[in-house]
Design a protein around this ligand. Structure first.
Ligand SMILES: [Zn+2]
Length: 195
């Protein structure tokens, strides 16, 4: 298996159950024939190390001196990318709705990259960028993720690199072909249940 080929990452995602096919209600309320739970791929440290080194390769020019990730999803893969690049890693987290660098001091003059597990709308990547850009001396060098399922709609353009990109169609309940066929519906990762 050519580990550099996007199909290999996709195969590992299927093997670990991170990428599932069926009939799913997403946290947005839309229905989809695919569900991606990257944590199931990253629960195997060798997968995290592989994805981290591949992503580091895509984010090494210009060379960053810091990796930043939004918690929780970006933490494992961000740390692996930082390990591969030989640079420090920090993470930001949401506090009362907005991204904060709660546990780390302002990094000073650094070129940084943002690393995520999955980019769907690009919202948390952009919030992380806004947070970092407000700190004195920082400069944004790019962003990377394991899986890009944004369909290019993030506003980050070529600043976002990924190991795999998926273009899964989502449907409203009324238009969902799986509902129409009577395929049983699963509701994974129901964020709606949390306050
Ligand atoms: Zn449906």
């Amino acid at each position: 298996m050519d580990i550099n080929h996007p199909d290999s990452i996709t195969a590992l995602m299927k093997e670990t159950g991170a990428l599932q096919e069926g009939h799913f209600a997403l946290s947005s309320g839309l229905h989809s024939g695919h569900y991606l739970q990257c944590a199931l791929f990253l629960m195997y440290p060798e997968n995290a190390a592989l994805a981290g080194s591949l992503l580091a390769g895509k984010l090494s020019d210009p060379r960053p001196s810091l990796v930043v990730s939004p918690a929780i999803g970006g933490v494992i893969i961000g740390h692996e990318v930082a390990r591969s690049l030989g640079v420090p890693f920090i993470f930001c987290e949401r506090e009362k709705g907005s991204m904060k660098l709660r546990r780390f001091p302002s990094p000073g003059p650094v070129g940084y990259v943002i690393v995520e597990d999955v980019v769907t709308t690009g919202r948390s990547t952009l919030e992380t960028k806004n947070l970092m850009d407000d700190l004195p001396g920082t400069s944004f060098l790019g962003a990377g993720c394991i899986a890009d399922r944004s369909g290019g709609m993030t506003g980050l353009g070529s600043d976002l690199v990924s190991l795999v990109s998926f273009d899964f169609p989502n449907y409203s309940r009324e238009e969902c072909p799986f509902c129409r066929k009577g395929v049983p519906l699963s509701e994974p990762g129901s964020r709606r249940l949390s306050p």
